[in-house]
Write a protein that binds this ligand. Structure first.
Ligand code: FMN
Length: 497
């Protein structure tokens, strides 16, 4: 207080965080810390003005006496000492931007979870508040980021053909993926060393997924062992396991044998799109002194003449000799369904089917494998055109750039059994399991909204129903139809296996 009994600007500024949030409105100082979470327009709008004069924003929307009537006596701190106002304060109280996690982050704190309203917000918040190296590792993609960008932009090339006037009061998003019953057809993609994003790492991914009713696929290069990660969910809750085949094949055999003990691991996703770890330049360039370890195979990160890429320096155990002829070997070492992750053409989708795989993931590793590979939703469309039978005889999944509930609806209409979502979930680990759950629930909400607006009441009933989509723009990017017959091609191919 100043000698006038009024509160100086310097004191107001001291209360400028979501956990201690004072705001000036019309010359009076209020403590809105408790009120903010109940603000009908969202806490972020209040937090944006913490430690500042929010009168102009307040007066745009509210009657002058509302705040006085709403708050308790102790939340009304007193009058502002206007003689202490200087240019810097005046400037800080200008509303130059709309509320978003970036603006809130002026407060040098990660934005409250409630202010993240879509999956992009998670990536953005992690970019600002995660460790620099973790961000470089997570965000990075190969070379010139061509495939990363195609993954994202090709989703927007598909348009809906909405139906109207259908009672959409009750809708069903439930699905079954590889025997796992889920609240919506989404799995969290396998991503290595999730502890880089937050101390709970894969434990947060597992338990957040279970709370939201979806499945996490753990990576061979996780920060915790499979046994530890499985404790993050109830004993019968479904899990998927992603396998990189090790050059020392006996290690892979031992790993598969360990996994046999866990009936809740519903499938083994064998990643095949990364015979060698590609150059992800953001990650290679950033050299740091801390090392990270992968749990199952004890790989340690480091730096060499090529740079300091976390994935490359922990990934050189991956066997580049892996070929289709290894499927029978894998079959001998696991009783679980095999899913081939990284299919990028109709030819290979058919091969996986012919070899008895339970499913495929159409994936280019999130643009982290071959740069110049097509966007994955385009590959899904190619499969629909050139080998539609694979959708009936295997479970077909897609990942890469899925960021919206409407992307899930589109994938299902194209025939997918489900979608994988990667980076935003890795970023959400910064907020622990609550962050993971929040991200999943945002997707669920968006999916439900997209279904209602499209006139779809049961997701299971529109799988493969192209009548809800306009794919004309994306079709321009498909490769020409094969000119040879599948039958003769497969006859020649299988004799070589
Ligand atoms: C940080 C990070 C680590 C990844 N680690 C693995 C991995 O260990 N095994 C794997 O099969 N794919 C891995 N991927 C690829 C993902 O499983 C998935 O294919 C991709 O992230 C999907 O694209 P999206 O991030 O745009 O959703 C990783 C991706 C990221 C971003």
């Amino acid at each position: 207080m100043t000698s006038t009994g009024r509160i100086p600007v310097s004191v107001v500024i001291q209360h400028s965080s979501p956990s201690d949030c004072w705001i000036v409105v019309n010359g009076k100082v209020y403590d809105l810390t408790k009120f903010a979470p109940n603000h009908p327009g969202g806490a972020h709008i209040i937090h944006k003005w913490a430690g500042r004069d929010g009168s102009s924003a307040y007066n745009d929307f509210h009657a002058a006496d509302l705040i006085e009537n709403e708050l308790s006596t102790e939340e009304k701190k007193g009058a502002l000492d206007e003689s202490t106002i200087d240019d810097a304060w005046r400037e800080s109280s200008q509303d130059k931007s709309s509320p978003s996690p970036q603006n809130i982050s002026n407060m040098n704190e990660k934005p409250p979870l409630s202010t993240l309203i879509n999956l992009h917000d998670f990536e953005e918040a992690f970019g600002r508040f995660g460790s620099q190296k973790a961000w470089a590792y997570t965000w990075a993609a190969s070379n010139d980021l061509i495939s990363l960008n195609l993954n994202k932009s090709w989703w927007s090339k598909i348009l809906f053909r909405p139906r109207i006037m259908r009672d959409v009061s009750a809708i069903n998003t439930k699905a079954t993926m590889l025997g796992a019953e889920v609240s919506m057809p989404v799995f969290i993609c396998p991503m290595g060393i999730a502890k880089t994003a937050g101390p709970e790492g894969e434990m947060a991914l597992g338990s957040g997924a279970a709370n939201a009713g979806i499945v996490h696929c753990m990576s061979t290069t996780a920060s915790f062992s499979a046994e530890e990660i499985l404790t993050s969910v109830p004993p019968t809750y479904p899990y998927f396991f992603q396998l990189y085949v090790d050059r020392t094949r006996s290690k892979t055999e031992a790993l598969l044998s360990r996994l046999e003990a866990f009936a809740n691991i519903k499938a083994i996703f064998v990643t095949v799109d990364l015979a060698v770890v590609s150059k992800r330049e953001a990650d290679e360039r950033l050299v740091v002194s801390e090392q990270v370890y992968t749990s199952s195979d004890g790989q340690v990160s480091g730096a060499d003449k090529k740079g300091a890429g976390l994935a490359r320096t922990t990934g050189n155990f991956i066997d580049w000799k892996l070929s289709w002829s290894d499927i029978p070997w894998l079959r001998r070492h696991t009783t679980k369904p095999l899913v081939i992750k990284g299919v990028q053409s109709a030819v290979d989708a058919k091969l996986a089917l012919e070899l008895g795989c339970a499913g495929i993931v159409v994936s280019n590793h999130g643009g982290r494998a071959l740069d110049g590979a097509p966007g994955t939703v385009g590959i899904l469309l190619e499969l629909r055109r050139d080998c539609p039978e694979v959708f009936d005889r295997m479970e077909v999944f897609v990942d890469g750039g899925v960021r919206r509930g409407s992307d899930i609806l589109q994938a299902v209409c194209l025939g997918a059994r489900g979608v994988g979502v990667g980076r935003p979930f890795q970023c959400s680990v910064m907020y622990g399991k609550e962050g993971v759950e929040h991200a999943a629930l945002l997707l669920q909400d968006e999916l439900e909204t997209a279904m209602r607006l499209c006139g779809v009441t049961d997701l299971g009933k529109v799988r493969g129903d192209l009548s809800y989509l306009n794919t004309v723009e994306l079709e321009r990017f498909l490769p020409p139809r094969p000119s040879w017959s599948w039958k003769s091609w497969f006859g020649a191919r299988q004799s070589k296996l």
